[in-house]
Design a protein around this ligand. Structure first.
Ligand SMILES: Cc1cc2nc3c(=O)[nH]c(=O)nc-3n(C[C@H](O)[C@H](O)[C@H](O)COP(=O)(O)O)c2cc1C
Ligand code: SF4
Ligand code: SF4
Length: 450
């Protein structure tokens, strides 16, 4: 029995006793290892989260991205039953394309940051199409989409055919949105570069092929990498193509994982083997904040992705103008049920800030989401300790400005001349005893920057 199950069992027993004392019917406990008690008077969703995706209503702005948690009917069904508004089924290609998924493809860089060298579904597109159909029949109120791609061999004629025929297969299956993988870090997809969407002309050419034949009413999302020098160059090239198809519902998914190298332990005798991986989860969120901040004012539909591991990060994405947020790592780490926390967290955040709807939240940080560096205040605060919380460990004496020393009582004292108010000591204090405060006159005079 796990601690969670033991606690759940206690809570369930308490519910039964409460019902008995109150003369109410005995509660039905469907899963003895779990418990969920909604406190009377508690409103889990003080602000409604309904939103819009190219004219289709969504129950909330949160979708599963193309990845293992969306790699089949059963996964998608679990997600929908948990409360996800939709999902993009994992990238698949028509029968005939070899599937290569390396064993042990997952890496964990830190508890909230994963990396992978997986790239496609283990299933071909014909199976995905059948599952899309069934999902739409069973869950018509959810946004069921799928991801595909096509060849990038350099032979335009045959490459174009593969992108177009995969599009047609998914449209015929009734997909409510089709996403195109232009940003996978593995496998050297692009004839002119490792990642297709690092190459603006190639990206534009492929998007044109898709929009030429695509049903304009079925939304298309082109999934881009954030690993580019200037995302606006890529977006502007894409916008030129979109402008040629003004009736097509089209946008981008931004970003994806961030390409990097991880080592596999001692596969070779001499040294570890490196594998190109895509980093996902917490470490990539700030990269994508910056990418999205640059795109927010460019008037292109964006489905945000890459990094959010809690509702606050998802809210930042929406504030930067994305219409929906796609998730993978959060579902891999916590399971599909995390959607409850995302929704209730976002709803309470909006209530606290007086934001009345998701559409009011979308783009709220625009048009100037980035404060200019020279406008950041140069006024330095100073570190201060809460003596009641301090456990005298001495970690804070690692201050890189050598501004902290422990006194006779093993309490840190700040040298006002050396402390520049960076705040790092607070990060490494295990007791949350350090914070920053404004300087008094004497302390302000002591700080010399020369
Ligand atoms: C194991 C794994 C497999 C993935 N496979 C695909 C894929 O087939 N197609 C795709 O477009 N993205 C794929 N992704 C990327 C995710 O959809 C998502 O874009 C990425 O993980 C960033 O989002 P996150 O930080 O919420 O995880 C995969 C990610 C992981 C971790
Ligand atoms: S705020 Fe920065 S400079 Fe000041 S004591 Fe803490 S770590 Fe040192
Ligand atoms: S790191 Fe925190 S707990 Fe440790 S000595 Fe410094 S203030 Fe006290």
């Amino acid at each position: 029995v796990t601690v969670v199950e033991a606690v759940a069992s206690g809570k369930n027993a308490a519910q039964e006793i409460d019902a008995l004392i109150g003369g109410a019917a005995k509660p039905v406990i469907t899963a003895p290892g779990k418990s969920e008690v909604i406190l009377p008077g508690y409103n889990d969703r003080p602000v409604g989260l309904e939103t819009d995706f190219f004219g289709r209503k969504l129950i909330n702005p949160f979708l599963l991205s193309a990845a293992p948690p969306s790699d089949g009917y059963d996964q998608m069904e679990k997600a929908y039953q948990a409360g996800w508004a939709g999902g993009i089924m994992k990238t698949a290609f028509a029968p005939g394309v070899d599937i290569h998924i390396p064993a042990a493809y997952m890496y964990q860089n830190d508890p909230l940051t994963f990396a992978n060298c997986d790239n496609v579904s283990g299933h071909h597109l014909d199976r995905v199409c059948k599952e899309v159909k069934r999902l739409i029949e069973a869950y018509p109120d959810r946004l069921t989409g799928a991801s595909t791609g096509g060849d990038v061999s350099g032979n335009d004629e045959s490459d174009m055919k593969s992108w177009q025929s995969n599009t047609k297969m998914l449209e015929d299956a009734g997909a409510m949105v089709i996403e195109y993988s232009l940003s996978c870090p593995q496998g050297g997809e692009g004839a002119e570069g490792d990642i297709v969407s690092q190459n603006a002309p190639l990206t534009a050419k492929i998007i044109d092929w898709v929009l030429q034949v695509g049903d304009p009413d079925i939304p298309k999302l082109f999934k881009l990498t954030p690993a580019v020098t200037e995302i606006t160059t890529i977006i502007n090239a894409i916008k030129e193509v979109f402008a040629r198809y003004p009736d097509s519902k089209a946008g981008v998914t931004l970003g994806n994982t961030f390409p990097s190298l991880d080592f596999r332990e001692m596969v070779k005798e001499e040294w570890e083997d490196g594998a190109v991986v895509g980093i996902s989860g917490a470490a990539v969120a700030p990269i994508n904040y910056l990418t999205l901040a640059k795109v927010g004012n460019l008037d292109v539909h964006v489905s945000g992705n890459g990094g959010p591991m809690d509702y606050m990060a998802a809210a930042h994405f929406l504030a930067l103008g994305v219409k929906t947020v796609q998730f993978c790592t959060i579902a891999e780490k916590y399971g599909y049920g995390i959607i409850d926390e995302l929704c209730s967290g976002l709803s309470h955040l909006m209530a606290d800030r007086g934001i009345k709807s998701v559409s009011d939240l979308i783009g709220i940080a625009l048009p100037e989401p980035i404060r200019d560096f020279m406008d950041l205040t140069p006024i330095k605060q100073i570190s201060t300790v809460d003596e009641d919380l301090c456990v005298h460990c001495g970690n804070c004496t690692r201050c890189p400005y050598l501004a902290l020393t422990l006194n006779d009582k093993k309490i840190p004292e700040t040298n006002a001349e050396l402390c520049i108010g960076c705040g790092m000591c607070g990060f490494i204090c295990p007791a949350d005893a350090l914070s920053l405060r404004d300087r008094d006159e004497e302390e302000a005079a002591a700080l010399k920057e020369d």
